[in-house]
Ligand binder design. Structure first.
Ligand code: GDP
Length: 595
């Protein structure tokens, strides 16, 4: 490292937040206002990323950023917003993005994906700024195009400012609930300890200068050491996407975070099965001045240095995985580099078990994020792979022993056409979504539904506990069958169940309940509190049973056990009382009865 300055690379920035809170708009605004600054080279469009040089940031940020105060060359914004792409973007086991913007709609506040994004930022220890977006929608707001936010905020009417403040403090409060001490960014003294919240608008551009200034400040103050790289060293990067490109076959969109990649370099890339060793045929960048997001307009470049986004064309890339590492071999033993790539992949590998669900995700990073979420929800994983849902996945999911595990959870993946047909004919249920918490929630709901259905069928077949008492002067028939008036004390009595009476804690079956009448009508059951007449086949009133006797529905031991251990939460309180009364009596003689 001869020249200290040239070895400081551009920090990589990702934009995260809930859907519709304005991530794309904010990125567009940053790019757009940079371009409208007018000068050629105001921004550079990379593959999958946009580089904004320090000079442009200083132009955009006015007084907030002075070129002389900074050593870092600018910022590289990842073009695909969302924490999904963020979690995909890894480098050496950590987050690839050095910094993040967490976008929160001021009116909408924290939403599930905001929480999810915050979780990821916390886990990866990524410094971030909160963009409290859509400030322009505050009633009475007086916009100031592309202006720094503080003077604009101060110049608003009291009512407009108060309305915005309410929303801002709501966001600050929610950050604090999640363990982040935060404040409006102009009040933050120590950005290492406190999160700065920047009111802004992706529509009017207000606050955008401030976001850039905070990001530059954060990287200058806290990331300089990490940004120091050996620019001339062998390139290292992360695969954003594997794409078929006409004339090139499978290509890799890569973000390079260290060293330099040259055309002709030998590289090692993480693959579905083994690391792929290949040689770079071409390095491609978007044509300058081509519209952003216009496909297939590339120019070849000889080399790219970190940090940059680039498309790599090379043979044998079909099995490369999004999220996998890319390493240039240069002057090293290729086996050492393969071992490095394998070690990095092993770190991401998901723990699987003998029994569990099948998980498919579009990238290694998202697969890992899915695995984390499932682990938290205590859902075991049988197999976890990157890729679309294929017939083989359905076969594997079908081998799960537990019905609740015969599922595939697919994150951001497609279902291959032949898999679709197979899915229809199988017992396997597919859950597909592009929001992790939604997937896990849908699956949990599915399991709960299955359990409810299962318990209902069990409850249908099981003998239910009840305690009832023969009323005085209510013998309507002595025997064959005995017909007496009873009051149900707890639980529910049903026809065709056995009736027992306890004598010295010894249950004695007195007969079978063969009929229930309520107010002269035949009924199937009677509940606690009701008075009905019942027919009992077997006993004679005055001999086996007497008026005033306490009677019970006899519970088979197995049923008592299921009721106590599995259906505890399903049965009403009075029935539970009948159950525990019955168990108490039985367990006086045999403490292990029904256990
Ligand atoms: P994303 O899903 O987070 O990428 O959100 P988008 O950038 O697609 O924005 C969602 C909607 O909000 C779009 O209709 C935008 O025009 C609108 N929007 C985004 N930012 C702002 C803003 O600052 N002010 C206003 N008024 N609308 C915004």
């Amino acid at each position: 490292m001869s020249d200290h300055d040239t070895s400081l690379r551009t920090p990589i920035v990702a934009v995260l937040g809930h859907v519709d809170h304005g991530k794309t708009s904010l990125l567009d605004k940053i790019r757009g206002s940079a371009v409208s600054e007018g000068e050629a080279g105001a921004i550079t469009q990379h593959i999958g990323a946009t580089a904004v040089p320090l000079e442009t940031i200083a132009d955009m940020a006015g007084d907030l950023v002075t070129v002389e105060d900074f050593d870092l060359p600018g910022l590289l914004f990842i073009d695909t917003p969302g924490h999904h792409s963020f979690s995909t973007l890894r480098s050496r086991g950590g987050a690839l993005a050095d910094l993040a913007i967490l976008v929160v709609d001021v009116n909408d506040g924290f939403q599930p994906q905001t929480e999810e994004a915050l979780d990821i930022l916390q886990r990866t220890g990524t410094p971030f700024v909160v963009a409290a977006n859509k400030a322009d929608t505050t009633p009475g707001w007086n916009p100031n195009e592309n202006a720094p936010i503080k003077p604009s905020y101060d110049a608003q009417s009291d009512t407009a400012r108060q309305r915005l403040d309410e929303n801002l403090y709501e966001i600050i409060g929610q950050l604090s609930d999640d363990g982040f001490s935060a404040d409006l960014y102009w009040r933050v003294q120590n950005f290492q300890k406190n999160i700065g919240v920047v009111p802004c608008s992706a529509l009017t551009g207000e606050g955008v200068p401030d976001i850039l200034a905070v990001l530059m400040g954060l990287s200058q103050r806290f990331m300089k050491a990490e940004m120091e790289i050996d620019v001339a060293g062998p390139g290292e990067g992360t695969v954003l996407e594997v794409k078929d490109q006409q004339g090139f076959g499978a290509t890799l969109d890569v973000v390079v975070y260290d060293g330099t990649i040259n055309e002709g370099d030998q590289i090692v890339v993480g693959g579905v099965n083994d690391p792929i060793v290949t040689e770079i045929r071409a390095l491609l960048q978007p044509q300058p001045n081509a519209e952003i997001r216009v496909e297939n307009r590339f120019e070849r470049v000889d080399a790219v240095a970190a940090a940059a986004g680039v498309k790599i064309a090379a043979p044998d890339l079909d099995e490369a995985m999004a999220g996998a590492p890319v390493r240039v071999v240069r002057d090293r033993d290729v086996d050492d580099v393969i071992a490095e790539v394998e070690a990095e992949l092993a770190e991401i590998e998901v723990d699987t078990e003998e029994e569990g669900v099948v998980v498919k995700a579009d990238t290694l990073g998202s697969l890992e994020a899915m695995a984390n979420a499932l682990q938290e929800a205590e859902v075991p994983i049988l197999r976890a792979e990157v890729g679309d849902v294929a017939p083989r996945d359905i076969a594997v999911a079908g081998t799960a022993r537990e019905p609740e595990h015969t599922v595939i959870l697919g994150f951001n993946v497609e279902v291959l056409p032949d898999a679709e047909r197979e899915l229809e004919q199988s017992e396997v249920t597919l859950f597909a979504d592009d929001v992790i918490y939604q997937l896990v929630e849908d699956y949990e709901e599915h399991v709960a539904e299955m359990q409810r259905a299962q318990q209902e069928t069990i409850l249908d077949k099981i003998v239910r506990p009840a305690r009832f008492q023969i009323l005085d002067d209510h013998t309507f028939r002595q025997s064959d069958p005995a017909v007496v008036g009873v009051e149900i004390m707890s639980g529910t009595i049903n026809n065709n169940t056995n009736v027992a009476k306890f004598d010295n804690n010894e249950p004695d079956r007195v007969g079978e309940l063969s009929g229930i009448q309520a107010q002269g009508d035949d009924v199937e059951e009677a509940r606690a509190g009701e008075r009905v007449s019942v027919a009992i086949d077997g006993p004679t009133v005055g001999r086996q049973i007497e008026e005033g006797d306490e009677l019970w529905i006899e519970l088979p031991e197995k049923h008592a056990k299921i009721l106590e251990q599995e259906l505890n939460d399903e049965i009403p309180a009075d029935e539970l009382e009948a159950l525990s009364g019955y168990l108490n009596k039985r367990r006086k003689r045999d403490p292990f009865w029904g256990k």
